[in-house]
Design a protein around this ligand. Sequence first.
Ligand code: ADP
Ligand code: MG
Length: 254
Amino acid sequence: MNSPMIHALDVHKRFAAVEVLRGVSLDVGKGEVLAIIGPSGSGKSTFLRCLNHLETIDRGHIDIEGETLVGADEKGHCRYVADAGLRRICRRMGMVFQHFNLFPHLTVLENIVEAPLTVKGLRRQEVLPKADALLRKVGLLDKRDSYPARLSGGQKQRVAIARALAMEPDIMLFDEPTSALDPELTGEVLRTIRELAEERMTMLVVTHEMAFAREVASRVVFMDGGEIVEARPAKELFAAPEHPRTRAFLENML
Ligand code: ADP
Ligand code: MG
């Protein structure tokens, strides 16, 4: 088998006295869509943030597309790759947050082209047609010159997705992309994510949308107390959760 897109082994993360990740191991294959579910405070966001180095880890190993982001050296200390390697590896992952985090002083178009221009150093002529194609893909070409303040939450989140895609990532990480939205706006964002799934984008989606997880995810990961309690095909996990903690969580969600 080809090396997995993401290989996380025994990842530990502590904030002061609290061990927030207590040995998380997960392999994600190319084109897989994983939904990560679990109670608030179980470490879901922290795990995603460790994968793209928004947080450092204390112990464990993370490979992205077969390249080591962080691993133990010969003395057993956790070491990250050197800066250039770190940037290159992290650039393969796009991330979408609950609160969009668009640049408020930039138009929709400028939000999308900003990173390709400044981080990748591409020329405007190359970037603009791609940005328009992405806006068309998320159904917002007509909002190209609007400022974020003029958009609905669902539109903002679709811009945030287009902005992440503009860096041409191989992996997309979503952290509760619909949790800040009014219920009637979640559908348009979930539809965009579903379309990416159909294009075989490798994705990790932290979500409370159980119907979405069941329908779109190839596997569902249940986290609780800084651990992965169960990671199984979506249909199996929802139909017959193996662990009592998973069962209790799912009963609460319904
Ligand atoms: P989840 O996304 O599953 O709700 P988080 O990963 O956000 O959980 O948080 C897990 C735990 O880590 C929580 O107890 C949270 O308070 C704590 N935590 C997260 N980020 C920080 C931080 N930057 N400093 C201190 N504690 C944090
Ligand atoms: Mg979270």
